[in-house]
Design a protein around this ligand. Structure first.
Ligand SMILES: Cc1cc2nc3c(=O)[nH]c(=O)nc-3n(C[C@H](O)[C@H](O)[C@H](O)COP(=O)(O)OP(=O)(O)OC[C@H]3O[C@@H](n4cnc5c(N)ncnc54)[C@H](O)[C@@H]3O)c2cc1C
Length: 517
């Protein structure tokens, strides 16, 4: 049997599902193959940043995700470091993860597990016509000048078939068989801990008390890792990254003893409750490393999510970065597949996403060293960058951005002080009870306070919105006479800071350049 599809997605977890959802929202057919029989069975990612919720908002899912998140967590909690849950508090990284973040976005940072989120993504992708095949494994793939031929196998029946796709997105996780097959090396910090995650049941309510704790780092004298707890306070997981013996020596290999008795000891120790009844439900082993792929693209094949960058959970960046990859790639694939753009547009994925991936991996590593394992060496880490620039302040440079002259080379900027520079995320400004962000998502959009720019945009076949709301001209750097051209992913492609003589021609030519036409 032979199957033709514009885009084949390998891996149907968080990033594969997001890719299929975003492609479907642009009207692109895709087939996702996932070797597991269904969506996530382990919670893993839970902290989703404003950018991630914004892009799900863009495809109409925010309300449903917010509702589902409340079933799992009390929102707006703290991220704290303790010696043990019942013991001394060391440092609050956040008292409330949303405090001070409200002006940045109409969407909150929120906690929902992959178990809660993935079925929502799957259902909506499915409703929009995306094909998702579980218990189906990619066996091999080969690309030629016109497409990619993949061999896939149903793991239940053993039946094999070939799939012919114009493009492949490899969202096949940290060990990415596709990346390996392409021979793309990893850069960064290889394995620094054979970590474990212990899923347990125990009554932690008396130890939590009246605190609203989203993430609890444990930096005890003998154990280093972190907790998350269930809403009811009757279960949770403990990640153990390292232990320290009486001589102060670090043990970074927790795989050597994952027996149930040992795991009960770990949980009791980290809770600071030596006699508490603890039932171990499951123990997972995983490797902490902080690495990114040397290339995110090989011809018609793109790496996204953990396949492109793997980082420790410190900071809660891994899944979010993968969702941003998917969002960056989806509109580009859509434009190329329907002929609006030249194939060169796809070559902007790597230069836009790889520097962001590298920055984010390094920042997750910096947080890991500072919060959990300083002995890895503070001299080997990048200076700490606060969360907002990492989550919302990306600055892209590629042929899909028409840069201005004043480039200081920074990979991110502070979203509390938006500049409107081409290559940055178009800022949230409240407009008639909505957000400027609600104007983005499908095609290109021109925003301007000046009607002549809007008229010129419409003449050039581009949607336009005249924005007279307070704060717009400052946040976008357009003044009252300029305009911005915003890409379907909500990033600014081009800007004029003043009135120009031939606006329609200027906009048409900017769009053609950005689309590699
Ligand atoms: C304890 C923990 C806590 C975390 N907390 C956070 C957090 O708070 N916030 C955050 O953003 N991130 C967090 N992360 C990271 C986050 O879980 C990952 O970044 C995210 O799951 C990556 O998603 P992915 O889809 O790229 O890869 P994966 O989830 O690894 O999925 C890859 C999929 O590809 C499939 N696959 C592989 N090979 C094939 C093949 N040949 N054929 C078919 N299918 C294949 C696999 O079965 C798998 O389902 C955490 C991680 C851990 C371990």
């Amino acid at each position: 049997m032979h199957d033709d599809v514009p885009v084949l997605i390998v891996g149907g977890s968080l990033v594969g599902l997001s890719t299929s959802l975003f492609l479907a929202s642009h009207g692109v057919r895709s087939l996702t193959v996932e070797r597991h029989p269904g969506t996530a069975i382990h919670p893993r990612a839970a902290m989703f940043n404003q950018r991630t919720i914004e892009v799900y908002r863009n495809v109409g899912l925010e309300a449903e995700i917010l509702e589902a998140s409340r079933l799992e967590f009390e929102q707006d909690g703290a991220i704290v470091s303790v010696e043990s849950l019942g013991g001394r508090e060391l440092e609050y990284y956040f008292r409330n993860v949303n405090e001070g973040y409200e002006p940045l976005s109409p969407s909150p940072r929120l906690f929902i597990t992959q178990i809660g989120l993935e079925p929502i993504l799957r259902r909506h992708a499915d409703e929009l016509g995306a094909r998702l095949e579980y218990s189906t494994e990619l066996m091999s793939l080969d690309q030629d000048a016109d497409g990619v031929t993949a061999l896939v196998r149903n793991r239940d029946s053993g039946a094999e078939r070939t799939v012919r796709a114009s493009y492949v997105v490899a969202a096949d996780g940290t060990r990415s068989p596709v990346r390996e097959r392409l021979g793309i090396p990893l850069l960064g910090h290889p394995s620094f801990s054979n970590s474990i995650t212990i899923y347990f049941r125990a009554n932690v309510k008396p130890l939590v008390g009246d605190r609203n704790l989203s993430v609890v780092y444990v930096f005890g004298p003998t154990l280093q890792g972190f907790f998350r707890f269930s809403l009811a306070g009757d279960a949770g997981f403990l990640v153990v990254n390292t232990t320290t013996n009486a001589d102060g020596e670090r043990n970074r290999d927790l795989w050597a003893d994952m027996g149930e008795g040992r795991c009960v000891e770990y949980v009791r120790e980290a809770l600071g409750a030596p006699d508490l009844a603890v039932e171990i439900e499951n123990v997972q082993q995983w490797n902490a490393c902080a690495q990114w792929a040397e290339r995110f693209q090989d011809g018609r094949i793109f790496l996204a999510g953990d396949a492109a960058h793997t980082m420790p959970p410190t900071g809660g960046f891994g899944g979010n970065t993968g969702v941003a990859d998917a969002h960056n790639l989806a509109w580009k694939l859509a434009c190329v597949l329907d002929g609006r753009a030249g194939a060169g547009l796809l070559d902007t994925y790597d230069p836009e996403r790889r520097p962001v991936g590298e920055l984010t991996v390094e920042q997750a590593y910096t947080r890991y060293v500072l919060r959990l394992d300083p002995e890895l060496g503070k001299e080997d880490i990048q200076p700490f960058v606060p969360d907002p620039p990492i989550e919302l302040g990306h600055r892209y440079r590629s042929s899909a951005v028409i840069a201005e002259g004043d480039d200081d080379g920074s990979i991110c900027e502070n979203p509390h002080e938006p500049t409107g520079r081409p290559g940055t995320r178009a800022a949230h400004v409240a407009v008639d009870g909505r957000s400027t962000l609600d104007l983005f998502g499908r095609g290109f959009v021109v925003l301007s306070a000046a009607e002549p720019w809007c008229a010129a945009a419409r003449g050039a076949g581009i949607d336009a919105h005249r924005i007279e709301a307070p704060g717009f001209a400052e946040a976008y750097g357009t003044g009252t006479e300029g305009a911005v051209l915003v890409r379907p992913d909500g990033f600014i492609a081009w800007r004029a800071r003043e009135a120009r003589p031939d606006r329609e021609r200027e906009l048409s030519s900017a769009l053609a350049r950005v689309l590699s036409r």
